[in-house]
Design a protein around this ligand. Structure first.
Ligand SMILES: Nc1ncnc2c1ncn2[C@@H]1O[C@H](COP(=O)(O)OP(=O)(O)OP(=O)(O)O)[C@@H](O)[C@H]1O
Ligand SMILES: [Mg+2]
Length: 378
């Protein structure tokens, strides 16, 4: 990965955070124009899109044979570039009409996971090229999230951010505008949901409707990860054998015992990342603690449990699921360097170096690709 300068980021006018669960798009002058589930529903006979975002998510599990519900982003990767393009295009719709959409989309910035390989980066770039972006800058998601949380990322001080996403949690220590040490653990909101679904299927022979899972896992987890205090919970589903609707009463304690403790994985990842950090940065972190970003940071009790087990201060960011896109927006506005950068003489070699670092690690701009012809959702 190379570094993109802050200057090239400020030239961007649209920021895209393509998440496995949700897609967020921020446009300069217009604000957050999209915050919708990353889902499309397609008519497999005609190949046309029937719905995107929330409307498509509501169809999940309720479709006739000729309608397919597709999630083009999975585990931080765009797995279906064509669908992702059509989804982004349909989600933006006419929201940029007032701003001359083609011009606004020309230069875009997007997040990629910290450990993204060139193929992952390429897929994000091609997706955005397909909706009119000729030039795409990439920023590592933990850096964007740290900026969005208001952490002092460009100072020579350590700051730890946990980006708790859908299927992964990225743990990163940032200093001087770059990731110093990081690790990713395969643990996120969906991982916990799947464990709950699997358990109910195996133990109670009950299949849950897809929409019910998150409310259920929250109910089961009660007031805290691994330590809720809720009473028995009634769950409705379909009997695996008979196929008929059935209600079972479940003891939350029994389910908690059966799903993997999300804390263990997170604590291991934090420990590994701290080991990779220079001692001076570890001292900063001991003082400052960590900030939780990403939707799963809202899991009840997660912050308390991390605080208890690490002895560090743990804060949940305001609107944790929007931190990454807010961070990109701040980079586009140059709101980061202005507020945080250590002042250095404008034309010195040091100033040059500082700008490079402040510019945040990225996969490097890839330009020159022509926008594909417009193809609106049907
Ligand atoms: N209030 C909540 N309590 C518990 N979990 C939540 C809550 N709100 C959202 N989540 C979980 O957060 C996850 C989505 O987080 P987020 O929006 O940060 O993901 P994403 O950016 O789309 O995905 P990723 O960055 O992993 O590709 C989902 O697994 C969802 O179940
Ligand atoms: Mg995300």
């Amino acid at each position: 990965m190379s570094c993109s300068s802050l200057e090239s980021l400020t030239r961007c006018s649209v920021a895209v955070d393509l998440g496995a669960a949700r897609t967020r798009i921020y446009a300069k002058g217009a604000g957050l124009i999209v915050d919708q589930p990353s889902v499309v529903a397609m008519n497999t006979h005609s190949g046309t899109l029937i719905a995107v975002g929330q409307a498509a998510e509501r169809m999940d599990g309720r479709t006739p044979q000729h309608i397919q519900v597709i999630r083009p982003v999975s585990g931080g990767h765009v797995v279906d570039i064509d669908m992702a393009r059509r989804m982004v295009r349909a989600l933006i719709g006419d929201k940029l009409r007032r701003f001359k959409r083609r011009r606004t989309m020309k230069q875009a910035v997007a997040t990629v996971p910290h450990d993204a390989d060139p193929l992952t980066c390429r897929a994000v770039i091609e997706t955005l090229n397909g909706v009119g972006a000729r030039h795409v800058e990439l920023v590592e998601a933990p850096i964007a999230a740290a900026i969005g949380c208001g952490l002092p990322v460009v100072r020579p001080e350590g700051a730890m951010v946990l980006l708790c996403g859908t299927t992964t949690t990225q743990v990163a220590v940032v200093s001087l505008g770059a990731v110093v040490a990081a690790g990713t653990v395969a643990l996120g909101g969906d991982t916990i949901q799947h464990s709950v679904v699997q358990y109910l299927r195996n133990r109670h022979e009950l299949l849950l409707p897809s929409q019910e899972v998150r409310p259920l896992h929250l109910a089961l987890l009660g007031n805290g990860v691994g330590g809720g205090s809720g009473g028995p919970v009634e769950v409705q589903g379909r009997d695996v054998v008979s196929g008929l609707a059935r209600t079972v009463t479940i003891d939350p304690e029994e389910v908690r015992g059966a799903i993997p403790d999300p804390l263990t994985g997170l604590l291991d990842a934090i420990r590994v990342v701290l080991h990779r950090c220079p001692p001076d940065l570890v001292a900063d972190l001991a003082e400052r603690g960590m900030v939780l970003a990403g939707g799963t940071a809202l899991l009840p009790g997660l912050a308390d449990q991390l605080r208890e087990h690490t002895g560090m201060a743990v804060q949940v960011a305001a609107e944790p699921d929007l931190c990454a896109v807010h961070g990109l927006a701040a980079l586009m506005r140059a709101g980061v360097s202005a507020a945080e950068a250590v002042p250095v003489p404008e034309d010195s070699a040091a100033a040059q170096e500082e700008r490079e670092v402040v510019g945040v690690p990225a996969a490097g701009p890839v330009g020159g690709a022509e926008a594909l012809p417009e193809q609106e959702a049907g």
